[in-house]
Design a protein around this ligand. Structure first.
Ligand SMILES: NC(=O)c1ccc[n+]([C@@H]2O[C@H](COP(=O)([O-])OP(=O)(O)OC[C@H]3O[C@@H](n4cnc5c(N)ncnc54)[C@H](OP(=O)(O)O)[C@@H]3O)[C@@H](O)[C@H]2O)c1
Length: 314
């Protein structure tokens, strides 16, 4: 995999979810090209350590970390609200963070299956809440991390059991979430026509990052398979980050939208479901409900703020 040459990003503001693995290398490449970067992380201390490394290696001190946990919608809403209040632009949103193949079904405090919320619903919410600022900063680009896993046998949108209460398996949950990320990019690209905001989905390759931790530790034989696999097939995190960096910054992708990329090229999905526009729309509507966005894109006013408003108006 060749390393992408990133055009100068002076004046560009970038938000990346995550701080290690592909997020780290994406941030480093963009920082070297002079972008200002905000890493959104639930593990702020560790993310700050990486931000310091990026600052040193890139000689760019415009790297910061803010708290946001994709498993907690209220933290996404708080971040978005505070970001909008700053009146700061946003030119690139990289919906990157994720988890894979968690052994047992877990549910977030918002009541959703863990992988579906972390990988997909959290980013769906974040993207919508940041849309006003992306629109006012346009041209802007949104990059969604999907995966080749969206073509696996179990990859479907389980409309009647989207939180997999009845039939959870670690891969079924991951594949559904990654197919959802791809369908979101397709659906959103149509909804963003005329805004000068592009949105594309990416498969980064099979990359040796922390993502494999559940797979390597939770399944019989998978640790040894992982060890063999890792040595022979996997690419490095720096190599893996190239496609998302390319889509976020290259001249060639400036106006491309609603596409799926792998290996720094437009690619073809081999899941027939990805071509069903009716499913894109259906998933979009289900997601609006699951994130509470059907009531509007403004961050919900918290209970305390509501009380303050009522008291002030009396
Ligand atoms: N690696 C691959 O082979 C591969 C292949 C296809 C697609 N992808 C996709 O690429 C993306 C990046 O993965 P990676 O390979 O870089 O994995 P990684 O090294 O494990 O990094 C994942 C990042 O996501 C963050 N994260 C997880 N749960 C979060 C939450 N609830 N809130 C906020 N941040 C959270 C992690 O932070 P914590 O330290 O807090 O967990 C970490 O920074 C994922 O979406 C993945 O599905 C990867």
């Amino acid at each position: 995999m060749t390393i992408v040459e990133v055009p100068d990003q002076t004046g560009k503001v970038v938000i990346i979810t995550g701080y290690r693995g592909l997020a780290y290398h994406s941030a480093l490449a963009l920082a070297k090209a002079n972008a200002e970067i905000i890493l959104l992380a639930r593990n702020v201390e560790k993310a700050k350590e990486n931000a310091e490394k990026i600052k040193k290696e890139s000689n760019n001190d415009k790297i910061s970390v803010e708290y946001m946990d994709l498993c907690k919608f209220d933290t996404i809403r708080s971040f978005a609200k505070s970001y909008i209040e700053r009146k700061k632009p946003l030119h690139i949103l990289m919906n990157n963070a994720g988890i894979m193949a968690v052994k047992d079904r877990q549910v977030t405090e918002d009541g959703n299956e863990l992988q579906f919320q972390t990988n997909y619903l959290g980013h769906f919410l974040l993207t919508h809440l940041l849309l006003p600022v992306l629109k006012s900063s346009a041209p802007a680009r949104i990059v969604c991390l999907s995966s080749i896993a969206h073509v696996m046998l179990q990859a479907s949108i389980y409309k009647n059991d989207i939180n997999l209460e009845k039939g959870y398996t670690p891969w079924k949950a991951y594949c559904q979430s990654k197919l959802a990320c791809l369908l979101f990019a397709y659906e959103m690209s149509r909804r963003l026509v005329g805004t000068n905001i592009t949105i594309n989905a990416v498969h980064p390759g099979i990359v040796d990052t922390g993502l494999w931790v559940h797979y390597a530790s939770n399944f019989p034989l998978s640790k040894s398979f992982y060890n063999i696999f890792e040595k022979r097939v996997m690419i490095t995190p720096e190599e893996g980050a190239q496609t998302q960096i390319y889509v976020a910054t290259s001249k060639e992708c400036e106006t491309e939208t609603g596409k799926y990329y792998a290996n720094c090229k437009k690619s073809t999905s081999f899941n027939y479901l990805s071509y069903k526009k009716s499913l894109h729309k259906e998933l979009y509507e289900i997601s609006l409900k699951m994130t509470g966005l059907e009531k509007g894109i403004e961050p919900e006013v918290s209970q305390n703020e509501k009380v303050e408003k009522v008291e002030n108006s009396n």
